[in-house]
Write a protein that binds this ligand. Structure first.
Ligand SMILES: C[S@@+](CC[C@H](N)C(=O)[O-])C[C@H]1O[C@@H](n2cnc3c(N)ncnc32)[C@H](O)[C@@H]1O
Length: 187
């Protein structure tokens, strides 16, 4: 699978680590992350295990005893280990998670799926390894902000209609020109 024709392991390199450190300092991004915590802390409260897919160097943690993070980029994981020395970071791809079925009470993928070319196989993998609760965020293109990176980003109806019966979506409108949508799916 490619990211704009490039191998994601090459895109998510040390330069990108430094760029993300800058982005995480933006007030808008801080607000979105705060909102995620506000919604996801109670959502995952009854989970004893959690997988964070595309965790980067900054896994989102909720005091869940068995929490694991997985990411395709070794540079992200190297930096992550510097910040969280004891956190179990795993190297692997969201398209083929190296776990047996239903291994985690909950799973999440935040700020990561919009960087993936295909969303269906990733959601299928997340559902496969998850017993009960899944959360993922997507950036939604609108008239002002057309990221145009992948076809599906420009036709979000496809994604929202797939989940219309089971989703609890939270629009997070603090990212300036574009919208971030959080999907909570009971598996
Ligand atoms: C913007 S960062 C988000 C990191 C973190 N989830 C957060 O919210 O701070 C996107 C992450 O997705 C990861 N990623 C991209 N494609 C992936 C894939 N196919 N499998 C696993 N991780 C992937 C990148 O390496 C990167 O660390």
């Amino acid at each position: 699978m490619t990211l704009q024709g490039l191998d994601p392991r090459e895109v998510w390199n040390e330069r990108m680590v430094n760029r993300l450190l800058e982005i995480f300092d933006y007030q808008e991004v801080k607000k979105v992350i705060e909102k995620h915590y506000k919604v996801l802390t109670p959502y995952f409260a009854d989970c004893k295990s959690l997988l964070d897919v595309g965790c980067g160097f900054q896994p989102r943690l909720y005091n869940i005893p068995e929490t694991f993070g997985i990411d395709v980029s070794r540079d992200m994981l190297t930096r992550g280990r510097q910040f969280h020395a004891h956190f179990p970071f795993i190297h692997g791809s969201a398209y083929k998670l190296p776990f047996k079925g239903k291994m985690f009470d909950g799973s999440q993928s935040l700020g990561a799926m919009r960087h993936m070319e295909h969303w269906q196989p990733v959601i299928a993998e997340l559902k496969r390894v998850t017993k009960r609760k899944l959360a993922f965020s997507l950036l939604i293109c609108n008239e002002k902000h057309q990221c145009g990176k992948y076809q599906w980003c420009n036709s979000m109806d496809e994604v929202t209609s797939e989940f219309k019966n089971e989703v609890y979506s939270v629009p997070l409108r603090d990212l300036g020109d574009f919208e971030n949508m959080l999907f909570l799916v009971e598996v």
